[in-house]
Design a binder for this molecule. Structure first.
Ligand code: HEM
Length: 392
C-alpha cells in the first residue's frame, strides 16, 4: 500500500462536470493522492509528471492488468523500451511534419471544405456533430488507410472501444460492444491489407503491412485500434474547444482574424486550456518516493496532464483561455517516449485548417444564444455539443 493520502471527497460526478477545482485542490494539498472514486493514484503537478515520463524503468507503460490490452490487444501505447521503439519507428513516417504537409494537408482541407459546403447557407449548425466529428473521422480513415469503412461506423467503433477501455465496472454489454467494434475493424483490415501491400501509400496500415520486418497481424490490429480509439475524439474536441474559446472571447477572435500568424497559438492554447486527454495511466515498478508519498510496486498512477496544464508554477490564471499568454510548453500531448505521434497531424487538421476555415467561411460566427454549449468528462474532456449561428 502506498503512503499517499486518500482523498475521499472527490466524486466521479464532480470530475465529469468540472475536474479543475478538484485538481487545484490536489495540486495544493495532495499532489500524489489515492482517489477512491477513481480507484487510482492521481498525480497532478507538472514537474512530477515530467519526472515520471523521464523514468520509464520505474514507471512503465506496460501493465498486464490494463483494460486497453483486454479491449484492443497489446498496442504500442502499453509497451516500453525496444518493443515500443520498433513499432513507433514504423509509424513515424506517416506522422512526420513533411508527410503531414505534403500528403495529408490537401486531403484534410478538401474534407473540411466539403463539410462546410454542406451547411454554409443554413445560418445555424451544431459544429460538434456536423463538422468537428465527421472531419476527425474522415481524416482518420485516410491516415489509417481504412478508406473502405463508413465514417459514421468509425465514430461508433471508436466510442465502443474507448468505453471498453474505461469499463472498470466490468459491464458485459460494454465488453460486447467493444468486441463487435474490434471484429468490424479486423474485417476492414483483412480487406485493406492485401490492397495496401499491392499499392503502398503513406497510411498507418500500409506502413505496418509493408515494413521490412512486418508486424504480426495481432500487432497491426492492436495498433490500428488504439489509433481508432485515440485519434478521433481528440482532434474533434480540440476543434470545438478552440472555437468555443474564441467565440467566448471576441477580442481574441478579432485578433486572430486579423493575423494569420496567430492560429498556432489558438490551437496550443485550446489543448492546454481543456486537454482532450485529461489523464493516462502508468504502473509503478519499484518502491519510489514521489510528491511526498511512497509508492509501491504495482500501484497504478494516473498522470493528470489536464491538471499539469493549469499548474500555477507554469501558467498564470491557467483556467482562462488566453492566446496572448507567455508561450510555455504544456503537457496535452504527453511527454517522453509515448509523446503523441499524431501531434503534427492534429495541429494541421485543427489549428491550420478546421478552425481558421470555419471562421473565415461563416461570417459573424457566434454561439447560439438559445442553445447552450456543454462540456463534460475528465479522462477525456471536451464540448458535448457546439450550437452556433452565423449570417447566411
Ligand atoms: C489534439 C489532438 C490529440 C491529443 C491532445 C493527443 C494526446 C495524446 C497523449 C496525451 C498521448 C500520450 C498517451 C500515453 O502516454 O499513454 C498520445 C499518444 C498517442 N497519440 Fe495522440 N493526441 C491527439 C491526436 C492524435 C491523432 C490525430 C493521432 C493519430 C491519428 C494520435 C495518435 C497517437 C498515438 C499513436 C499515440 C501513442 C504513441 C506511443 O505510444 O508511442 N493522436 N496522444
Amino acid at each position: 500500500m502506498s503512503t499517499a493520502p486518500s482523498v475521499e471527497n472527490i466524486t466521479l460526478g464532480d470530475l465529469y462536470a468540472d475536474p479543475y477545482p478538484a485538481y487545484r485542490r490536489l495540486r495544493m494539498e495532495a499532489p500524489v493522492a489515492w482517489v477512491p472514486a477513481a480507484r487510482i493514484h492521481l498525480v497532478t503537478r507538472f514537474d512530477d509528471i515530467i519526472a515520471i515520463e523521464r523514468d520509464a524503468g520505474t514507471f512503465p507503460a506496460l501493465d498486464l492488468r490494463s483494460l486497453q490490452i483486454k479491449a484492443m490487444g497489446h498496442t504500442l501505447m502499453r509497451k516500453d523500451g525496444e518493443d515500443h521503439k520498433r513499432e513507433r519507428a514504423l509509424l513515424e513516417p506517416t506522422f512526420r511534419p513533411g508527410t503531414v504537409k505534403n500528403h495529408w494537408e490537401p486531403i484534410f482541407a478538401r474534407i473540411a471544405d466539403e463539410l462546410i459546403d454542406g451547411f454554409a447557407e443554413r445560418g445555424e449548425a451544431d459544429i460538434f456533430a456536423e463538422f468537428a466529428a465527421p472531419l476527425a473521422s474522415r481524416c482518420l480513415m485516410e491516415i489509417l488507410g481504412l478508406t473502405n469503412v463508413d465514417w459514421r461506423d468509425l465514430i461508433g467503433w471508436s466510442q465502443s472501444l474507448m468505453d471498453a477501455v474505461g469499463n472498470y465496472g466490468d459491464d458485459p454489454d460494454v465488453w460486447a460492444k467493444g468486441l463487435a467494434a474490434s471484429q468490424a475493424i479486423d474485417a476492414a483490415l483483412d480487406e485493406r491489407i492485401p490492397q495496401l501491400k499491392a499499392n503502398p501509400d503513406p497510411s498507418v496500415v500500409s506502413a505496418m503491412a509493408n515494413a521490412a520486418e512486418p508486424l504480426t497481424i495481432d500487432q497491426i490490429r492492436a495498433n490500428v485500434k488504439v489509433i481508432v480509439g485515440g485519434g478521433l475524439n481528440e482532434p474533434r474536441d480540440a476543434t470545438c474547444t478552440a472555437l468555443y474559446g474564441l467565440l467566448r472571447n471576441p477580442a481574441q477572435l478579432t485578433q486572430v482574424l486579423a493575423d494569420d500568424g496567430r492560429w498556432k497559438d489558438v490551437f496550443e492554447e485550446a489543448v492546454r486550456w481543456v486537454a482532450p486527454i485529461g489523464m493516462y495511466p502508468r504502473r509503478v515498478a519499484r518502491t519510489v518516493e514521489l510528491g511526498g508519498a511512497i509508492l509501491e510496486p504495482d500501484d497504478q498512477i494516473g498522470l493528470v496532464v489536464a491538471s499539469a496544464c493549469h499548474d500555477e508554477t507554469r501558467f498564470e490564471d491557467g483556467h482562462l483561455f488566453d492566446i496572448n499568454r507567455k508561450r510555455a510548453p504544456h503537457l496535452a500531448f504527453g511527454s517522453g517516449p509515448h509523446f503523441c505521434l499524431g501531434t503534427w497531424a492534429a495541429r494541421k487538421q485543427v489549428g491550420d485548417i478546421a478552425v481558421p476555415n470555419i471562421l473565415r467561411r461563416l461570417p459573424n460566427l457566434r454561439l447560439d444564444p438559445d442553445r447552450e454549449a456543454r462540456l463534460g468528462g475528465w479522462v477525456f474532456r471536451g464540448l458535448l455539443n457546439l450550437p452556433v449561428k452565423w449570417d447566411a
